[in-house]
Write a protein of this length. Structure first.
Length: 554
């Protein structure tokens, strides 16, 4: 009878276990020295060798002729454990034996000495599936087991195992297998089975296995044929779009060609390509482009290996923000794909969003730069200082005022700029001349309304740190509150009749006065008033109320 490759080529010694040398070497050393623990906990993702190592360890501790910590696999104990004829080594599935009664039966049976081997070994797979009562029943015997007893627990979800169990076991963490380790093992198995596996196909299968040797062997078994197994064969069997077609699709996305991208999706869908696999390949491609842009030549080892360097260089002009946005869109579509029956529609919508998520040619960045420049210029014209700029006097308005009096001989005596500079006749209109220098300071008060927006912004920035969130929300609502400064009087005009009650509290007014002192250097008086509604607004409110039948006007 035919046996699946992952069962036929399950490791029989620690040396056969690929990619877990940090665990196998430790276990071999413990067996050689006899310093064995009574309980082991193997943790790791699927297909990394947890159950295989547990079975090897069970044979090694009972082997009659161990070799450097390895089971000989030839003695009666090794052969009996391997074929299941020795009942002292028991393998349990906690997913189907997770009740407290199952653990109690195990505990009652475990106290008896083994009949055929040195140690009675219990291998409990997926131990996190045990119930809370079952874990409690296991605690006592796990802490103080008989000398002939050994537990080997395996799990893929460590966070579900109680801390009381973890503290009683030696924990070994199995790593996800590298692509090189999986590809090398697949090539070895293909050679032993007598069929050809190209290096490219082995690399592709290793990438699809995602660190699981069992998945890689299952995919190899699925792609097995009389002829050589190449990349084309793997893509046809598994239903992949292929690196070239994925790169072509993303090039249409890069150029914003939604029609061309949809044509490629239609061709792939008609040829039987899996839509979920297509999104996965798009995600890998975007990830590789990001890694290449962020790390340059130093990050070659971080690439997935599914796409060649020439294909990745074709997307080097795409900006990092756009690539991040593309990654978010693809990830969202992958989540949506599992919740909808229209898988093709979900992928097509994803492609359309990818094509239109940013204007072509970096136009968005140019627009942002133009807007920032325009805002800065408007701020200068309105007298609004930029943040973190300590130089208060603006150098540009000063030269503008001094350019007007260039032809001094043509200025008339009534010009206020010349009156302070004419001390020749102090007796003529001396009082008027002495009061004239005070005139230039008068425009500072009319300029206050022009600077109102600017100083109120600075005050709000400080009030945000001192006031609670609801009060600050009322004060910062520009559609409701208007701030006007006239001399040392600050008037806050509110459109809503509810706002004055919220901001007229003594502590709020004190905070506003204190902030005005810090920002303006003035001791201001704060008035909160309500804007008087016009006759038209009052009539509109009455009309809106008259729509309700239970409102009566008298």
């Amino acid at each position: 009878m035919y046996q699946a490759l992952y069962r036929k080529w399950r490791p029989r010694t620690f040396s056969d276990v690929a990619g877990q040398e940090h665990i196998t070497e430790t276990l071999k050393r413990q067996i050689e020295t006899g310093r064995l623990s009574h309980a082991y906990l193997f943790v790791g993702t699927r297909g990394t060798g947890k159950t295989s190592c547990a079975k090897i360890l069970a044979r090694a501790v009972n082997c009659l002729h161990p070799v450097n910590g390895e089971p000989c696999n030839e003695c009666a104990a090794c052969v009996g454990i391997e074929n299941g004829s020795i009942l002292d080594v028991v393998e349990l599935d906690a997913a189907s034996n997770n009740g407290v009664d199952n653990v109690r039966a195990l505990r009652e049976e475990a106290v008896y000495s083994p009949a055929a081997v040195k140690k009675r070994v219990y291998i409990v797979d997926e131990v996190h599936m045990l119930s809370g009562a079952a874990f409690n029943a296991l605690l006592k015997i796990l802490e103080e087991p008989p000398e002939h007893l050994m537990f080997i627990l395996a799990t893929t979800e460590l966070h579900k195992v109680p801390a009381t169990i973890l503290s009683r076991c030696q924990r070994f963490s199995f790593r996800r297998l590298s692509r090189e380790a999986v590809a090398g093992r697949l090539s070895y198995v293909a050679g032993q089975e007598g069929f050809d596996l190209t290096p490219g196909a082995a690399e592709l299968l290793a990438r699809l296995a995602d660190g699981s040797m069992r998945d890689g062997l299952s995919l190899l078994d699925q792609c097995r044929t009389d002829g050589p197994v190449d990349e084309e064969r793997v893509m046809n069997v598994v239903g992949l779009a292929g690196a070239r077609e994925t790169a072509e699709l993303f090039s249409r996305v890069r150029d914003g060609d939604a029609a061309g991208a949809l044509e490629i999706v239609d061709r792939l869908y008609s040829s039987g390509r899996d839509m979920e696999a297509l999104l996965d390949e798009l995600s890998r491609l975007v990830r590789d482009i990001l890694v290449m842009k962020l790390t340059g030549t130093k990050g070659q080892g971080l690439l997935s290996g599914a796409f060649d360097s020439a294909a990745l260089r074709g997307f080097e002009k795409m900006s990092v923000p756009r690539l991040l946005r593309c990654a978010e869109i693809v990830a969202g579509a992958a989540v949506e794909l599992g919740r909808t029956s229209g898988r093709r529609t979900a992928v097509e919508l994803c492609v359309v969003r990818l094509c239109g998520n940013e204007p072509a040619g970096g136009e968005l960045e140019a627009r942002v730069d133009r807007l920032e420049t325009l805002v800065e210029r408007c701020g200068k014209l309105m007298g609004v200082p930029r943040e973190k700029k300590e130089k208060e006097p603006d150098p540009e308005p000063e030269p503008v005022r001094e350019t007007a009096p260039e032809p001094e001989e043509q200025r008339t005596p009534e010009s206020p700029a010349l009156e302070p500079e004419a001390p020749a006749a102090p007796e003529q209109g001396a009082p008027a001349v002495s009061e004239a220098p005070a005139e230039p300071e008068v425009p500072t008060e009319p300029e206050a309304p022009a600077d109102t927006e600017g100083f109120w912004d600075r005050m709000l920035a400080r009030l945000r740190e001192t006031l609670d969130i609801p009060t600050y929300a009322f004060l910062s609502d520009r559609t409701d509150i208007t701030a006007e400064l006239s001399g040392d009087s600050l008037k806050l005009t509110c459109k809503s009749v509810f706002t004055p009650n919220a901001i007229s509290a003594p502590e709020v007014l004190d905070a506003i006065r204190k902030t005005a002192k810090e920002v303006l250097g003035l001791d201001v008086s704060v008035r909160v008033v309500t804007e008087e509604a016009t006759e038209g607004e009052k009539r509109a409110r009455l009309d809106s109320l008259s729509r309700f039948g239970n409102v009566e006007f008298r």
